[in-house]
Design a binder for this molecule. Sequence first.
Ligand code: GRF
Length: 197
Amino acid sequence: MTVDLGILVSGSGSNLQAILDAISQGRLDARVRLVISNREDAFAVERAQRAKVPTLVVSHRDYPSREAFDQALVDALFDAGVDWVVLAGFMRILTPVFMRAFRRRVLNVHPSLLPAFPGTHAIRRALEHDAKVTGCTVHWVDEGVDSGPIIAQKSVPIYEADDEVSLTERMHEAEHELYVDVLAGLASGQLRPPEGL
Ligand code: GRF
């Protein structure tokens, strides 16, 4: 069954690109109904436009509260016919307003093996701890920060010579593969949200 995705971004959008590529290459049975960025200058917006996917910039600065911002996101996603929300480098924490509207239908990718290194700078913190292995996690989103039930993880080795740039590059490759695999599971009906979420 073709799944209707809404993708929320704030930055470069390499995960968005991986999803768009997988769709155009027939590896993922999905439609991207809408890409929303909270930043006008996000390269992700350009990637979506190139792929002829509808985009919307909704700046959190234009709203009096986080709840009002989230309501604007929800309205746009509903209008676009989105069933599943895919967070792909979206740098805002969603409020209960959003989570109630899309309960059990929001996924995120995070650049660590959760529950290690939740929050920002996960790659840098793994290096600072001299970790030998890190990885990425795709998880269901709940109302906490990177705390929802884990769907899938992929490990990424850390080498002596690594710095944040080289490790980020290796991390992205792993994320792209993992996120597309998980979304393919959603499209095939193999993956379902957990009852308790
Ligand atoms: C990824 O590392 C993802 O895990 C994190 O934000 C980054 C987004 O990268 N949540 P991109 O914008 O998809 O290139």
